[in-house]
Design a protein around this ligand. Sequence first.
Ligand SMILES: [Zn+2]
Ligand SMILES: [Zn+2]
Length: 342
Amino acid sequence: MLTVIKIPHITQKFSWQEFRDWLHQASASARMRTNILAWLIGLAYLLVGAFFWREWMAQYDLKTQALWMLPVFAAWPVLLGFAALFNRIVGNWPLCPACGKKIHTLLPTLASKRCPHCHALILEDMRELSPGYLLPLTMEESLEKKSGYTLSVNTEFLREVRIILIAPLLMIALFLAFGLNRDMELEPMMTAIVQTIGVAIIGMAVLPSLISIPWMTRVCRSLRIIPKEQFIYCPECGCIPSASIARRTGCCSECGAKLLELANEPDTPDMLDWHAVKRYETGRSRSAIVAAVLYPMFLLGSLLKCWRLLWALGAIYAITIWQDFRLKKLARVPKKCPHSDN
Ligand SMILES: [Zn+2]
Ligand SMILES: [Zn+2]
């Protein structure tokens, strides 16, 4: 049942620094473009809510007004989604020398040294092993009661968590600022929601990146979410590498430094199914898109108190999460090497 996938060989490789700098530059300008667009969208919402919304809505009954909220909820994720797609197509991203496709992500390319599309080895990295890093346990190992730590926190995760930290605080602040509450009349409430979304978009484009990652790491350590004793940091860059990437590649997911002595991976896909890893990664971005599409419908459902719609949306989301879980299982490192007994 094993499908043989051909992995191309190339002689002309990038140096890892060259690749990292190129990618950093490309993603910095992509981020800038997205931020500018987010500010413009936010400003447009704010102006429409403050000056035009009431006038436009005066001609409709309440039900039609509530329906008009749907494009209000949906417009900004759709626009930002298009911007993300546009950024992937136009940006000056590094090109894979083997297949010519654009490479948009540092993780896991810098660690695997492989193109995320065709899996050819494209990065040259002559760095020696940096000793000291200890791989955290997998879920299975910790269930077998081996000593050590299971760790799900890493630097990339902390970066994403900043959004979850900021969003509710910002929303509460905005609800207070715009006086949104249960007893409000529906019409002024909808006007206030349009403006709230505007400020929220501007805030979310700026605020999360202001929280420093070293500070979050320190807080996690003092809360004992990150173990103090075990050395789970990369000795080269000080970040906490993704354990699953380190386990697969032996390298730091943030800087690509060699952390573990692994056997040289043969260029055959039966040892580690990189395509399954990629399917898992695409699956994750797909769930993010599904969440972005479901979210406006969810808000509308709760605004109209339509519980059946909310249940249906919840079920769709649960299926997406289950799918992610299944793909994650397929992308796991095999327990046994197919070439030997180890
Ligand atoms: Zn390629
Ligand atoms: Zn590192």
